[in-house]
Design a binder for this molecule. Structure first.
Ligand SMILES: Cc1cc2nc3c(=O)[nH]c(=O)nc-3n(C[C@H](O)[C@H](O)[C@H](O)COP(=O)(O)O)c2cc1C
Ligand SMILES: [Fe+2]
Ligand SMILES: [Fe+2]
Length: 396
């Protein structure tokens, strides 16, 4: 069922309270999500984006309650990952000749997914589509976060449709940022940025600056997931400028895995040393295997430094730590310092291997880390406390 946003724009998407993971199991979505689609009714009628495949029939049925599909003049596809293009087949079955406006890369991606010969119109930055009283202007935003991504600015109502940009996996029946728990929304926006967009931060910075330089009046930002930024919409743009620029807070995060608790004891002792050396810094300790991987990555994203701990297992590090290291490499965090720690029994390879992996991921590894044999006694734990103190000095 549609929800009126402005006199001319109606939200016609799907709120997905059930979604708990996205991209297979790559991304946790504890608070669900939404696939936002927008219907613009001016002298001409345009639909911006659709919904995810499992909801294609529901989406089209809801759209029909809102508008006679025959009245749709244009379909605008800003980004063609299947969470947004998934309902196209169901929709285009009913209106096969309606032009689909998208970038050239967008057309290739739609063809690659659905293998249909629809009426594509390729658009570039600066191209416009006149709807009557309002005009749509397209802005290509390649790699934010796919090659096909574009934003759409609606003059007349001063809305930026930003697709995944500024979005959050957050289910909410209220659509606007001033009607929700904004701390939850910000956490989800940051988690989204960290896990999906951070590796494209240079492009994000450039694109945001380019759009800001256009000096467009902005009343609302309508992303394709989560709530709409209506009250002070530039607040999320300012956040993005911070997140895209080697973001960090005064936080140090310790992430460890453990089989028999020794590496946990080390983590706790190191944390004690960090706190002793710098009582101002926020310290968090997370378990690589028990805490959610994407929440762990978000904590690392907001840290100035982190420590990664693993016992040595089969001449290497643990499965959970391996997964995190792989993800850290992919996300391309900037301006972060780190080191490794862990308990071992004989060969003790984990610490060195973690350090190497971190270095390869572009993290500044401050020293060779610390390892302790078997279960640490008080003397070993004191060494860990001292290591924590030294770590703080090393990152200053
Ligand atoms: C399945 C298994 C494999 C292990 N492989 C190694 C190894 O290859 N090299 C080594 O130094 N220690 C190895 N260890 C010993 C552990 O590193 C040692 O028990 C350590 O204290 C465990 O730390 P934790 O209590 O944090 O799990 C292994 C232990 C287990 C249970
Ligand atoms: Fe996407
Ligand atoms: Fe998306």
């Amino acid at each position: 069922m549609g929800k009126q946003i402005t006199p001319k724009v109606t939200w016609v998407g799907k709120i997905d309270w059930e979604l708990k993971t996205f991209h297979g199991d790559e991304l946790s979505t504890h608070r669900g999500s939404s696939y936002n689609s927008y219907l613009i009714r001016d002298k001409k009628t345009a639909l911006i984006d659709t919904a995810w495949i499992p909801y294609d029939k529901e989406f089209v049925a809801g759209l029909k309650q809102e508008v006679d599909l025959k009245q749709i003049d244009y379909v605008i596809m800003q980004h063609n990952e299947c969470d947004h293009s998934g309902a196209l087949v169901e929709l285009m079955r009913e209106i096969p000749d309606v032009p689909i406006y998208c970038t050239a890369k967008g057309e290739a991606i739609i063809r690659g997914h659905y293998h249909k010969d629809w009426n594509f119109v390729n658009v570039k930055t600066g191209d416009t589509l006149d709807l009557g009283d309002t005009t749509l202007t397209f802005v290509e935003a390649p790699m934010l976060h796919w090659p096909d991504t574009m934003f759409t600015y609606m003059s007349g109502e001063n809305i930026l449709f930003s697709n995944d940009g500024f979005g959050q996996h957050y289910a909410s029946e209220s659509l606007f940022n001033d009607m929700v728990d904004i701390d939850e929304v910000y956490y989800e926006a940051e988690k989204y940025y960290c896990n999906i967009l951070n590796l494209y931060s240079p492009m994000a910075l450039k694109k945001i600056k380019e759009i800001l330089a256009m000096n467009l009046p902005l009343d609302m930002i309508c992303p394709s997931h989560g709530i709409i930024w209506k009250n002070n919409p530039t607040q999320i743009v300012e956040k993005y400028l911070q997140w895209a620029d080697a973001y960090q807070e005064n936080q140090i995060t310790l992430v460890y895995d453990t089989m028999w608790q020794s590496t946990r004891l080390m983590a706790q002792a190191i944390a004690k040393g960090i706190q002793k050396q710098d009582p101002q810094v926020r310290v968090k300790i997370l378990n690589a295997a028990k805490d959610d991987k994407n929440d762990i990555l978000t904590e690392i994203f907001r840290s100035k430094a982190f420590l990664m701990g693993s016992p040595t297992i089969n001449n290497g590090y643990s499965y959970a730590v391996a997964g995190l290291l792989e993800m850290i490499k992919g996300l391309k965090f900037k301006n972060k310092k780190a080191s490794a720690f862990g308990s071992y029994g004989w060969s003790g390879d984990a610490v060195k291997q973690i350090s190497e992996k971190l270095q390869q991921a572009g993290i500044t590894v401050v020293d060779g880390g610390i390892r302790e044999l078997w279960v640490p006694d008080q003397e070993m734990l004191d060494k860990c406390v001292q290591y924590g103190q030294d770590f703080v000095k090393a990152i200053e």
